[in-house]
Design a binder for this molecule. Structure first.
Ligand SMILES: CC(C)(COP(=O)(O)OP(=O)(O)OC[C@H]1O[C@@H](n2cnc3c(N)ncnc32)[C@H](O)[C@@H]1OP(=O)(O)O)[C@@H](O)C(=O)NCCC(=O)NCCS
Length: 194
């Protein structure tokens, strides 16, 4: 059965005690939880969320067995979407500013305090930043990636599958498969060893 059909069946069977908060079988949401009324949050089977802060209007979808701690998301009022696939692990304190779409592939892991942003404030001579609006550039992180502690991922970046990003890096460009990146800005430092 395709993953899509499987997911639809799971949706139908889901225990939904609030139209905007859906917990599948075995999912746990605990710790400090703050969720705006306009956001929708779905926790897949056996997902485990210890602390969650969701601001603005958007959708957060966590796959099966995802584990996160003190995850903070700001959707603004843009109907953003954060799609975190099965078996993702995020250490304490990830901060995601997502006005467009962020996807994180299965089995990827985050060190603590990772930041992902997909918005660029329009700026220039005489432009008032509070009112100038933002340009949105979607971000995607592939499957089986290791994003080190305190990494920042900038708007429009695509991190392909099987990539390591070293601690403290600022990722401004796409990262290609089977490579290790590090630094500010992040550069490829080596290919995966075979
Ligand atoms: C990226 C990483 C995996 C590379 O480890 P490694 O394969 O052992 O690589 P090395 O230590 O041999 O480093 C190779 C080069 O990259 C540089 N480098 C390594 N990590 C770097 C980083 N985070 N930022 C900048 N440069 C880095 C090294 O200085 C070295 O440079 P040199 O060749 O000029 O001396 C590791 O340094 C790292 O950052 N791990 C993340 C740890 C973490 O965040 N854990 C959180 C818990 S999930």
């Amino acid at each position: 059965m395709s993953q899509r059909i499987h997911r639809l069946i799971e949706m139908a069977l889901a225990l939904s005690f609030n139209r905007r908060l859906t917990l599948f079988k075995g999912a746990r949401l605990f710790g400090r939880v703050r969720k705006s009324a306009e956001s929708r949050v779905t926790l897949g089977p056996h997902a485990r969320v210890d602390g969650l802060d969701v601001h603005g209007r958007g959708t957060l979808r966590l796959g099966a067995r995802v584990e996160v701690k003190n995850l903070s998301i700001d959707f603004g009022l843009s109907d953003g979407m954060v799609d975190i696939a099965d078996d993702v692990y995020m250490a304490d304190g990830a901060k995601l500013i997502v006005f467009g779409r962020l996807s994180i592939g299965p089995g990827s892991i985050f060190g603590p305090d990772v930041v992902v942003v997909d918005t660029v404030h329009r700026h220039g001579v005489g432009v008032l930043l509070r009112t100038s609006g933002v340009d949105v550039r979607d971000v995607s992180i592939g499957s089986n990636c290791w994003i080190g502690a305190r990494v920042s991922i900038m708007p429009g970046v695509r991190v392909h599958d099987d990539v390591v990003v070293g601690a403290g890096s600022v990722v401004t460009r796409d990262c290609s498969r089977h490579h290790v990146y590090a630094g500010v800005p992040a550069k490829m430092i080596k290919p995966y060893e075979s």
